[in-house]
Design a protein around this ligand. Structure first.
Ligand code: ARG
Ligand code: ZN
Length: 849
């Protein structure tokens, strides 16, 4: 059995640090298994701090020697750090430690990836490098010297002296330790330059392994566009002479915004038309922008403590979403973001892992880099902007940068700038940061003598630890569409603040359909009893693109739910409603592709569960396939016409226009493959000159169980390319029909190329199984068991990735008794593992609670 569970850390227990740091001077003598780190740190007692001895965090360090002001000291060492008496005045701490990067499989701290040294310090990895007050409210300038024979030696800030076997770096901007980074390796740069609006000449480099240098152009282009955008939109210019990005193969997450030295999972940097899909290009653009934008929202202004994580993440996700929208079109981007929010955050909010955007306690902070903190955090920013209006938004942000540059801040600081800039009381709005759960807004309407009367009700569901909720301030954008398709009421912006409200609008017609929550103006579930003809009207005529798409999706969802629940046939009204959209060439192809997409299985399962029906994964999968087939039969001619006419003539371009046409063509192909035996997909998989088309064709073939030859050929072509091979693994599991993905995953985990210690490869198989609803939930439990086996195997090596992947089980209480029992058994088996990490044990504990 396990020791007593570690005690949670609480927001309410925040204390200022006892000591501040005036500067940090680090020397690294790199060695794969015996790296020496020499630290010289200038400390100063904080008169406002609690006093006491010097307390430093440290994990897995071998202390060689330590001194204070030149006098050797013998600190008291424990598993979490050390304590030592220190003078009550400024003093110099010097320590030498030894660490073992080659043995670091957790990929946190200093570790090795394919012969290259790299670091990941957020949230608490710096304490695995040297003894330090590893908390974000301790900020200092860093000087770093790296000694190694490797040709490229990088750290934060501006380069200093360099010579044979060493390089020095100096970062003038005070930063918390989580933004420290070091990279050393045999790397090649793709280089460029950028001149800031303030006239600073910045050298830009993307560092990759030899052979990858011709796949950096798109990331570089995205970086330059991001730099220009932040100057144009927020008046924020870059503040160092170099900006370095490094692509790393072994990485737990997407990327990291270390000051002046961003470190990326290679899959979010490297792209060529032959190896990356349109979706990869879009993600690269978004993540490059995200990490770059952190330079101001995260680095120049950081978080006081980790409970404030959404201060930098919610705002930075919001900023990268706006950037992508500006670059690629807002309508489609908004739909994609909401799809993601619903798939990941609404799911999280509805289950045992629900937590507020600003959590109030945690055991392991790495477990709180969640869709709630990031994506709901971004939605909260969007609502704030709607509530304070454009002028208030600009004024508030200017004040934020002015007032807090160089500080470590809280959500209270953030809200105060908007309250001060606009004179508004934001105390009710602040509940979005402290109350978990997705509010439900129920809307009903009627028209009385030229007045549209709208009744709105809000309910915030109970979540773990929060049985009672207060009403939120919910911005609701709504309009109305008349029967003839014209706009009967232009968009009105109201803010719902009470449990029940009635609003009246003058309207020029006796009959209209309310189009509510336009642009998805708040992260809520909208309950609006619309008939299918009303929805079809909105799909055809709404002026709000989000609600056009939403109406189509609601029609599809309703059709699917009736198929699953009542064994109904595919709804001809839905099939009819698709026709005009498919045929209307004035509508953006990317948008039409999204209208054609059906709600995902997991989404349907959640709808069923919320409506009181136990979801049957096999029935859901069968219904989705039957509806896709019915769409194909009903619209074969139009789909075939789209497939033929949308073939791109010229060379591949990742721009939104051509990407949208490929998306619509791919969507048409996936439907047509259900009736042409895969003929078109087989031809395309061979003729495609780009990965987007090739993978779309391969996916269509896997989905109809006709992919054996194509998969073998794909493997032969790409077996030596790790990023493309990840796709080969993933597609076989994620797109497998019925519950066959569970066997596919089992087979692939025995493949010699299943390098499971590399997080990307692990996710390509185990994550893909989790994404295939019918396969993960295979009735015999093989999916659950496979995932549990692999989590148990991964956990001792890489707790962060294991813990994150364990969330696949978070919806276990939705399902039938048999599946619940199997999932509970899998979770219990993980929980009972000896020496289970703090990360995974917190997660399974919350899921079983
Ligand atoms: N700050 C990084 C980003 O959002 C992510 C760091 C994730 N760290 C973690 N321990 N999960 O860009
Ligand atoms: Zn971030």
């Amino acid at each position: 059995m396990k020791d007593a569970a570690p005690r949670p850390i609480r927001l309410s227990q925040y204390r200022k640090p006892a000591h501040r740091v005036d500067r940090v001077d680090l020397t690294f003598r790199l060695h794969p298994s015996r790296t020496r780190v020499l630290a010289r740190i200038a400390f100063r007692p904080d008169p406002e701090g609690p006093g006491g001895p010097l307390r430093l965090d440290g994990e897995g360090l071998r202390l060689i020697e330590a001194a204070i002001d030149g006098t050797p000291v013998t600190p008291l060492i424990d598993p979490a750090g050390l304590s030592v008496e220190a003078p009550d005045r400024p003093f110099l701490w010097e320590a030498e430690v030894e660490i073992d990067p080659a043995a670091n499989t957790a990929l946190e701290g200093l570790y090795m990836s394919n012969g290259m040294y790299c670091t990941q310090c957020e949230a608490e990895g710096f304490r695995k490098i040297t003894y330090y007050p590893d908390r974000p409210d301790v900020m200092a300038p860093f000087d770093v010297r790296i000694e190694s024979d490797l040709p490229v030696l990088l750290s934060n800030g501006n380069p200093g002296r360099a010579g044979k076997g060493f390089a020095e770096w100096s970062d003038p901007w005070p930063k918390p330790a989580y933004l420290f980074a070091l990279v050393a390796g045999d790397l090649i740069a793709h280089s460029d330059r950028f001149t800031t609006a303030e006239g600073r000449e910045v050298a830009l480099n993307i560092w990759v392994r030899p052979g990858d240098e011709d796949r950096c152009a798109y990331a570089m282009d995205a970086l330059k566009r991001s730099m220009a955008w932040d100057e144009r939109v927020y008046g924020r210019a870059y503040d160092l002479d170099v900006f370095n990005i490094v692509a790393v193969d072994d990485f737990n997450m997407g990327a990291m915004e270390n000051k002046g030295l961003n470190i990326f999972n290679a899959r979010y940097v490297l792209a060529s038309p032959q190896t990356a899909t349109d979706a990869d290009y879009a993600r690269i653009e978004a993540i490059i922008a995200h990490e770059y934008f952190h330079n101001w929202t995260g680095n120049r202004i950081t978080c006081r403590d980790w409970f404030q994580l959404c201060l930098k993440e919610g705002l930075t996700v919001y900023r990268d979403q706006q950037f992508s929208g500006d670059e690629r079109g807002h309508a489609v981007k908004r739909i994609e973001d909401v799809q993601m929010l619903r798939a990941r955050q609404f799911r999280e909010d509805a289950g045992p892992l629900a937590h507020p955007v600003r959590p109030e306690s945690y055991v392991e902070i790495n477990n709180f880099y969640t869709a709630t903190v990031y994506e709901k955090g971004a939605e909260v920013i969007g609502m704030l902007r709607r509530i304070v209006c454009e002028d208030g938004w600009r004024a508030g942000l200017d004040l934020y940068f002015d007032r807090h540059d160089g500080q470590a801040c809280t959500i209270e600081d953030w809200l105060a700038v908007f309250a001060d800039a606009t004179g508004r009381d934001l105390s009710q709005f602040a509940l979005w940061y402290s109350q978990a759960g997705t509010p439900r807004v129920t809307l009903s309407s009627r028209i009385e003598d030229g007045t549209l009367v709208v009744d709105l009700r809000q309910d915030v569901p109970a979540t773990p630890g929060q049985p009672e909720k207060l009403p939120h301030a919910i911005p609701v954008a709504l309009g109305a569409v008349a029967r003839d398709g014209t706009e009967a009421l232009a968009t009105q912006h109201i803010v719902l603040t009470r449990p029940h409200e009635t609003h009246r609008f003058a309207i020029g017609t006796g009959d209209a359909v309310v189009s509510a929550l336009r642009g998805f103006s708040a992260p809520v579930v909208l309950d609006q009893p619309l008939s299918n003809p009303d929805r079809a009207l909105l799909l055809a005529h709404d002026t709000d693109p989000f609600n056009r798409w939403e109406s189509g999706r609601e029609l599809a969802r309703d059709a699917l739910l009736r198929m699953v629940r009542d064994g109904a046939a595919p709804d001809p009204a839905y099939l009819d409603a698709l026709g005009p959209v498919l045929a209307d060439d004035t509508i953006e192809p990317a948008f039409r592709a999204m209208v054609l997409a059906l709600p995902g299985d997991d989404d349907l399962a959640r709808s069923l569960a919320e409506g009181g029906t136990v979801p049957d994964p096999d029935a859901i999968d069968a219904a989705r396939r039957a509806l896709a087939l019915a769409v194909a039969r009903r619209h074969e001619d139009r789909l075939a016409h789209l497939f033929d006419s949308l073939a791109e003539p010229g060379p591949y371009s990742p721009e939104a226009g051509p990407a949208g046409r490929r998306a619509l063509r791919g969507a048409a192909l996936s439907r047509l493959s259900r009736i042409d035996g895969g003929a078109r997909a087989r031809a395309l998989v061979e003729s495609a000159d780009n990965m987007t088309d090739r993978l779309a064709a391969l996916t269509a073939l896997v989905a109809i169980g006709q992919a054996d030859d194509a998969l073998a050929a794909f493997y032969d072509d790409w077996k030596s390319d790790r990023l493309v091979l990840d796709k080969w693994f993933s597609v076989q599991v994620a797109a497998a029909p019925g519950d066959s993905g569970a066997q596919a995953a089992a087979r692939l985990t025995a493949h010699p190329d299943f390098h499971w210690r590399t997080p990307n490869r692990f996710r390509a198989v185990i994550g893909a199984l989790g994404a295939n609803h019918a396969s993960f939930h295979a009735a015999d439990g093989t999916g659950y068991d496979l995932v549990a086996d692999w989590l148990i195997r991964l956990d001792p090596l890489n707790p962060q990735t294991a813990a994150r992947m364990s969330t696949l089980f978070d919806s276990w209480r939705r399902y039938d008794a048999g599946r619940q029992e199997l999932m509970r058994a899998a979770l219990t088996r993980i929980a009972g593992k000896t020496d289970l990490s703090r990360d995974t044990s917190e997660m399974v504990g919350r899921m079983l609670a």
